[in-house]
Design a protein around this ligand. Structure first.
Ligand SMILES: [Zn+2]
Length: 369
């Protein structure tokens, strides 16, 4: 400290002013000689360099891509704007599944027509004796006595299921060497097709009080009245009628749906169907429905209930895919009037079929284009 209270070093400021002469400027130092840097490439250095180059390349690519994306987005936006200006009536970009569907009037009495009608101990079939025009006799028809034999000359089925049934039997015989088409071989026998009320009454009366009681439906309540059901067994070369053997049964279980048929009565569904296990009884319902039922282990009662509960027209359709096509299936409740309006697709969507369920509504099956 000096006398005025300031620290001594303050007084030395003046000594550094140029020209004061009090302190000699130190001699200028020579700048330190720069050492030459030699780049010695070594392994680590090269790797680091390569990584750096790579990073730079990636960054450039990303930048280019980003710019291109921005340019595209801007030009798309411009196109959309211009097209909306040109056509103000353009449909919305995302159409509803039932876009363009129209209403078709169907007589409510059609409830009992179509391949999805349910006939069981609760629901009788009222048209049994009035559908004879829709039947075809199998006696003397294509495949009789070769592809199949018949229990008697009276066996008839719905005309529209004759072709899929033959195709199924052809494939069954082809796939199983235990079957053939001549009398010296075991052949498929169709033991029952359509039954009129009189025939069913006869069978029922015979079965009452016997072990077959739970296999034969009351007259009016048999699926055989519809013409959509057939019983298939094996007629051996020795002249006996037996049930299908394991190989034949497992083939048909796996493949019947491809031809539109289901095994209608499984023992496990007895509580629902009221009928014991009948591995020989096949029911035609159509390819998409048979496929869905067999894949999901649903009997017809369960399947129709599912459609009604989860896939009504207002809820949206069940989508079914098979090897050959895509389908939409939905339920429409029957009106209490004589006419029901059933929503159906426009032609560009696909073709459709309407079947009654014989209870309370219609099932629409759309085969998509
Ligand atoms: Zn049967």
């Amino acid at each position: 400290m000096n006398s005025n209270g300031r620290p001594n070093h303050q007084t030395t400021y003046g000594t550094r002013r140029p020209g004061s002469g009090a302190v000699q400027n130190p001699a200028p130092k020579r700048p330190p000689q720069k050492k030459k840097l030699h780049f010695k490439p070594n392994k680590e250095g090269m790797i680091a360099l390569a990584i750096l180059v790579l990073i730079v390349a990636v960054v450039i690519v990303l930048v280019v891509l980003t710019i291109r994306a921005i340019v595209n987005a801007v030009s798309d936006g411009a196109e959309e704007t211009s097209s909306t200006e040109e056509t103000t009536t353009a449909p919305p970009a995302v159409a509803a599944w039932n876009d363009g569907y129209t209403q078709k009037s169907v007589s409510t009495s059609e409830l009992s027509s179509g391949s999805l009608i349910l006939v069981n101990f609760e629901h009788n079939y009222s048209l049994t004796d009035s559908i004879t025009k829709e039947l075809t006799s199998l006696y003397g028809s294509t495949g009789h006595n070769t592809l199949f034999v018949l229990r008697d000359a009276e066996v008839r089925i719905r005309r529209d299921i004759a072709a899929p049934m033959r195709e199924m039997l052809e494939a069954l015989v082809e796939a199983n060497s235990t079957l053939g088409t001549t009398s010296s071989q075991d052949r498929v026998i169709i033991t029952s097709g359509y039954r009129n009320t009189e025939k069913q009454t006869e069978l029922y009366n015979d079965a009452v009080g016997t072990e077959d009681e739970n296999l034969v439906s009351k007259p009016g309540y048999s699926e055989h009245h519809t013409g959509y059901a057939i019983d298939l067994n094996i007629f051996t070369s020795a002249g006996k009628t037996v049930e299908m053997r394991e190989n034949e049964q497992s083939w048909i279980e796996e493949n019947c749906a491809k031809y539109g048929f289901v095994i209608r009565y499984e023992g496990s569904k007895f509580e629902i169907t009221g009928i014991l296990d009948e591995p020989w009884h096949f029911r035609y319902v159509g390819v998409p429905h048979a496929t869905y039922m067999m894949e999901n282990d649903l009997c017809l009662e369960e399947y129709l209930e599912l459609l009604k509960t989860d896939y009504s027209y207002t809820e949206g359709p069940l989508e079914i895919s098979t090897e050959d096509a895509e389908y939409l299936v939905y339920y429409v409740p029957a009106s209490s009037d004589s006419t029901t309006f059933v929503s159906v697709p426009p032609e560009l969507v696909g073709t459709y079929e309407i079947s009654g369920n014989n209870v309370d509504g219609f099932i629409v099956t759309v085969t998509l284009k």
